[in-house]
Design a protein around this ligand. Structure first.
Ligand SMILES: Nc1nc2c(c(=O)[nH]1)N[C@H]1C(S)=C(S)[C@@H](COP(=O)(O)O)O[C@H]1N2
Ligand SMILES: [Mo]
Length: 391
C-alpha cells in the first residue's frame, strides 16, 4: 500500500472515530468525575484497610492481632463488603463520566506523547485493578467462582495495585480536582430533557445505598426482608446459615459415628475424648458471631469446653498455639491454628451445642471451634484432632 493510500485510510478512520467534543459533556467531565471520586476514593481505602486486616487474621504472625471485641471482625468484614458493593455504582458512573477521554488523539510532540502514554498506563492499571477487585469480590460474596486462579491471593495482590495506582492517580489529578470543585458552573445550558448534575449524583448515591442494603442488610434487624439480593437468607438450622454442609464436606457418616473420639495431642502425650468426656468437663456458654469473609454473619449462643481447659489435659498452656483439624477428608478449611492470644481467652470454645441443642450436623457436630473476632473460615467444623504447637 502506498503512503498516500495509507494516509487516506488513516484520515477516513479518524473521521469515523468520535472525538471527546462529540460527546454531550454537560453531565460528563471532570466536575462529575471529581465529585464521584470523593466517595469512590474513601470506599476503596476502607476496602483496602479492612481487607488487610482480614488477611492478617488469616495469616497471623507478622504483628499482634486484637482478639476482641468479639464482634470486631463481623464489623470490619461487613464494612469491607458494604464499601465494595457501594463502590460498584460509583465506579460505573465515574467510568461513564470520563468515557469520552478514551477517544482523545495522542499528542504528536514527543515529550507530551510520553506524558500522555504514562497517564494512560496509570489509568489502565487503576481501572483494570478496580474492576477486577469489585468483580471478584462480588462474585466471591455470591459464592460464585467462575475463574481458575486462587481468589485469596489474587484479590490480595491486586488490592495493592488498586490502592497504589489510586494514590498515583489522585496525586496526578489533584490540580484538576481542585479546579473541578472551584470552577463556576458551566455557562453552557443543559439540553432540554438532560438531568442536572445534582440529580445524576443523587441517583448515583441512591443506587449505592440500595446496593448496600439489598446485599448486606441481612444482619440488621427489621431490614432482613429487604435484603433481596443477599446470597444468605439469614436462616439455617439453629438460626445460623450454613456455608458447607456435612454431606458436602463428606463427613455426614463420620460426624454421627458413636466411635468418634477427639484426639488431643500435647507436650505430655495424647488423650482421646468422647463427646460424653467433653460434656463431663466444665461447660461454658458464649454468644459469638460466625462472620464469613463473604460478608454474611450471624450470632449464636454456643456451649462447650474452653480450648485452654482441653489442652491443659495434655500439658498445653495459654502461651501455646493450638491447631485444630477436621475429619473432613479434603478442602482448604480442614484446619486452623489458634494463636496463643486466643487460646488464653475463656470464650475460645470447642463447641458442642448451639442455641441450647446439640450442634446440628451442618454446624459441625460432634464438635467445632468457635472463637471471637476471627473470620468464619477459621471456625473449623467436625473436629477430629486438636494439637498443641509450642509458639
Ligand atoms: N471443616 C470445615 N470447617 C469449616 C468450613 C469448611 O468448609 N470445612 N467452612 C468454614 C466457613 S467458610 C464458615 S463461614 C463457617 C460457617 O459455619 P456454619 O456453617 O456453622 O455457619 O464454617 C467454617 N468451618
Ligand atoms: Mo466463610
Amino acid at each position: 500500500m502506498s503512503e498516500r493510500a495509507l494516509r487516506g485510510l488513516a484520515a477516513r478512520l479518524d473521521a469515523r472515530i468520535p472525538r471527546p467534543e462529540d460527546f454531550d459533556d454537560t453531565l460528563r467531565g471532570p466536575r462529575t468525575a471529581a465529585r464521584i471520586g470523593v466517595w469512590l476514593g474513601p470506599a476503596f481505602v476502607l476496602c483496602f484497610l479492612t481487607g488487610l486486616f482480614s488477611h492478617a487474621l488469616q495469616h497471623p504472625g507478622s504483628f499482634p492481632l486484637p482478639t476482641g471485641p468479639t464482634r470486631l471482625y463481623q464489623v470490619t468484614q461487613g464494612l469491607h463488603v458494604a464499601a465494595g458493593t457501594a463502590a460498584v455504582p460509583l465506579l460505573l458512573v465515574k467510568l461513564w463520566s470520563v468515557f469520552p477521554r478514551f477517544f482523545e488523539r495522542p499528542p504528536l510532540a514527543p515529550r507530551r506523547l510520553v506524558l500522555h502514554l504514562l497517564e494512560r498506563v496509570s489509568v489502565f492499571f487503576l481501572v483494570g485493578s478496580a474492576v477486577f477487585q469489585l468483580a471478584t469480590g462480588l462474585a466471591n460474596s455470591a459464592q460464585w467462582y467462575p475463574w481458575r486462579f486462587d481468589f485469596i491471593r489474587s484479590h490480595f495482590a491486586i488490592g495493592w495495585v488498586a490502592v497504589g495506582s489510586m494514590i498515583l492517580h489522585v496525586a496526578v489529578k489533584l490540580p484538576q480536582v481542585r479546579a473541578a470543585f472551584g470552577a463556576p458552573p458551566e455557562a453552557r445550558p443543559a439540553r432540554a430533557g438532560t438531568p442536572s448534575r445534582r440529580s445524576l449524583l443523587r441517583t448515583t448515591w441512591l443506587a449505592s445505598a440500595v446496593a448496600v442494603v439489598a446485599t448486606t442488610a441481612v444482619e440488621l434487624p427489621g431490614l432482613r426482608r429487604v435484603a433481596l439480593l443477599a446470597v444468605r437468607s439469614g436462616t439455617g438450622p439453629q438460626g445460623i446459615p450454613v456455608n458447607r454442609s456435612a454431606v458436602g464436606a463428606l463427613v455426614a457418616d463420620l460426624a454421627v459415628d458413636p466411635a468418634w473420639r477427639l484426639k488431643v495431642t500435647g507436650p505430655s502425650g495424647t488423650v482421646e475424648l468422647s463427646r460424653d468426656d467433653l460434656l463431663a468437663m466444665p461447660q461454658r456458654s458464649v454468644v459469638l458471631p460466625i462472620a464469613c469473609v463473604e460478608g454474611w454473619s450471624a450470632s449464636g449462643t454456643w456451649g462447650g469446653v474452653a480450648v485452654r481447659d482441653v489442652v491443659a489435659l495434655v500439658g498445653g498452656t495459654t502461651s501455646d498455639d493450638v491447631t485444630v483439624r477436621s475429619m473432613q477428608p479434603r478442602g482448604a478449611y480442614r484446619e486452623s491454628t489458634l494463636p496463643s492470644a486466643w487460646v488464653a481467652r475463656t470464650d475460645s470454645l470447642l463447641a458442642l451445642s448451639l442455641a441450647g441443642e446439640p450442634l446440628d450436623p451442618d454446624h459441625g457436630y460432634p464438635c467445632r471451634l468457635i472463637t471471637s473476632a476471627r473470620p468464619g473460615v477459621l471456625q473449623t467444623k467436625w473436629l477430629g484432632e486438636v494439637e498443641v504447637v509450642r509458639a
